[in-house]
Ligand binder design. Sequence first.
Ligand code: PRP
Ligand code: URA
Length: 208
Amino acid sequence: MNPMIVEHPLLQHKISLLRNKQTGTKEFRDLVGEIATLLCYEATRDLPLEEVQIETPITMAKTKVLAGRKLALVPILRAGMGMLDGMLTLIPAAKVGFIGLYRNEETLQPVEYFCKLPTDISERDVLVLDPMLATGGSAVDAITMIKKRGAKHIKFIGLIGAPEGVEALRTAHPDVQIYLGALDEYLDQKGYIVPGLGDAGDRIYGTK
Ligand code: PRP
Ligand code: URA
C-alpha cells in the first residue's frame, strides 16, 4: 500500500515550523498535537456511518452518525505520546494502549521496554502513533506486537517518514496503511531523517 502523504496547507505550514531548529519546546509540543489532529481527520476518513432519525427544532430528519466502530490509539513511547492528546481531541472515546521502544544508538535496532494494550485490542481498529518513521524498525516491531495480540485493522500515523522506513514497514506489514505529513529524502549515517526535524522525543520533552 502506498503511504498517504497529507498535503493540507495547514499541516505543511506547521511541519515547517517543527523543522525549524529555533522552535522551542513548548511551541514544538503544541505543534505536534495540532498536526496529530489534522492527521487524525484524514486517517478516520473511512470510518463507517449509519443513518439515524432525529428531531431538529424544525422537523424530523434522517442523518448520519458513526456506526460504533471501536478504535484504539497506541502511541510508541516516548515521542508518540506527543500525538496522543491531538488525536483524542477528535476521537475522545478511543481506548489507549502504550508500547515502549527506544532505538539502540549504535545498532539502530529497537529495544522493547513496555507494552500495555487494551484487553479487547483484537476487536478494535488500531492507530499506531509515532512522529518519526526512520529505519522503520520501531514501527515494524510495535505493529508486530499489536498483531500478536490479535488486532487485524491497523494504521500507522507519523509526522515525517524516510523512504527507507516506508519501505521497511510496507514490506513487513503490507496491510497497514501509512499516513504521513511529509516524506523526506533519506537517512543520514546516524539514522536521522534528512532534512527531518532532529530527535522528536528530545524536542517534545526538552531533553538532551
Ligand atoms: C524515535 C522515534 C521512533 C524511532 C524511529 O524514538 O520516536 O520511535 O526513533 O526510528 P526507527 O524508525 O529507526 O525505529 P527514539 O528511539 O529516539 O525514542 P524516544 O521516542 O524515547 O526518544
Ligand atoms: N528518530 C527521531 O526522533 N528523529 C529521526 O530523525 C530519526 C529517528
